[in-house]
Structures are given as structure tokens and as C-alpha cells.
Design a protein. Structure first.
Length: 221
């Protein structure tokens, strides 16, 4: 075989080889794709499941409180409640102490006021008592002088009662009033009206709107 023929045969083989390579590649490429497709699908599904699980975990974790956080919350609430209880106890003790001091102070003031009132009343009546003692100290006294002395003491006594705002109640002819009069007897008298005071056996006394003593009376008709 000549050199020229050899070159022609070599070129022909090269052309045949070049013509066969694309077909082989075309035949093998779909097979490679068919082999890789299930693996890619499985991997994609695995990634999707992992992502979904992560999202679910992220959603559920904020709703669940760790034991340490719950314990801290309970401890904080307990401390707050203890502080409030201590404040209320302190307020109660202060109020009780203030009330006790107020009660004691009121009792002292009441006792002092009562003593001052009694002292003032006694001081007003002492002049009356002094005049009675002077009248009894007279060695020689006529009946007329004794009467005049008693009348003077009675007048002085009435003036003293007026200074205290005390007034006499119960007069003959007044309509009978059970709030003022105390009926001890009953008589029939044509000269008097029905249910009228016929006689005053003992005068009553009033201090402002308060009856100190009811008048003892006899009621007619």
C-alpha cells in the first residue's frame, strides 16, 4: 500500500470516529439524566421537609415557656405580692395605732370637758349656798325676815338656772302634753277645758329642746 493510500484510509477512520461520537453522546446523555432525576427529587423533598420542620419549630418555640422562665415569673409575682402584703400590714398597724391614740385622746378630752362643766356649774350655785348659810347663821330672825331671805335665795337660784339655759315648764291651764307633763291625778272641773292642766304639783325643767324633768300635774276632764 502506498503512502497516499495509507493517509486516505486514516482520514476515513477519523471521519467515521467523528461521526460516531455525537451519536454516542446523544445516546448516553438521556440515560445520565434518567439516573440523576430520582436522586435530585429525593434530595429536594428532604430539603423541603427539613425547611417545613424548621418553620414549625420556630412557630411552636415562642408559645412554650421554658421552666426557668416560668420559675422566674412566679418568683417575681411572689416578691410583688409579698411587698404589697407588707405595705398593707404596715398601713393596718399605723391605722390601728392612730385610732388607739385618737380614742385615748378623746377619752381624756371627754373626762376633762365633763370635769370643767361640773366645776363651772358648781361655781354658779355656790353663791346660792353661801346665802343659805348666812341666813341660818343669823341668831335672831323674825318670820318676815326669814321669808324675805328665802325669796331672795329663790330668785338667785332662778337667775342661776337661766344662765345655764334652763327654763321651767308646766303651768296651770296648759294643754296636757305627755312629752312635758306627768299626770298623777285626774279631776272633773266645769271651769276648765278638756284635757287641761288643773294644777302643777311639781314644776318641770327644760334645757334647750331636752326635758330635764317632767312637770308633775293634775289633769282636768
Amino acid at each position: 500500500m502506498s503512502k497516499k493510500d495509507t493517509e486516505k484510509e486514516t482520514a476515513k477512520k477519523v471521519e467515521e470516529t467523528a461521526g460516531q461520537k455525537p451519536e454516542k453522546a446523544a445516546d448516553q446523555k438521556p440515560e445520565k439524566k434518567a439516573e440523576e432525576k430520582p436522586e435530585q427529587k429525593a434530595e429536594a423533598e428532604k430539603e423541603q421537609k427539613t425547611k417545613k420542620k424548621a418553620e414549625q419549630t420556630a412557630e411552636t418555640e415562642p408559645e412554650q415557656s421554658p421552666p426557668e422562665k416560668e420559675e422566674d415569673d412566679l418568683r417575681g409575682q411572689l416578691e410583688k405580692t409579698s411587698a404589697q402584703l407588707a405595705a398593707q400590714k404596715d398601713l393596718f398597724l399605723r391605722t390601728a395605732a392612730e385610732y388607739d391614740n385618737y380614742r385615748k385622746r378623746t377619752d381624756r378630752e371627754k373626762t376633762s370637758l365633763y370635769a370643767d362643766t361640773i366645776a363651772e356649774a358648781v361655781a354658779k350655785f355656790l353663791p346660792v349656798y353661801d346665802n343659805l348659810q348666812r341666813a341660818l347663821a343669823q341668831p335672831d330672825c323674825s318670820l318676815e325676815d326669814l321669808r324675805k331671805g328665802v325669796e331672795m335665795v329663790e330668785k338667785q337660784m332662778g337667775e342661776t338656772l337661766e344662765k345655764f339655759g334652763v327654763s321651767a315648764v308646766g303651768e296651770t291651764g296648759d294643754p296636757f302634753d305627755p312629752a312635758v307633763h306627768n299626770a298623777v291625778s285626774h279631776v272633773e272641773d266645769e271651769n276648765l277645758g278638756e284635757n287641761v292642766v288643773a294644777a302643777v304639783l311639781q314644776k318641770g325643767y327644760r334645757l334647750g329642746g331636752r326635758i330635764i324633768r317632767h312637770a308633775m300635774v293634775q289633769v282636768a276632764n
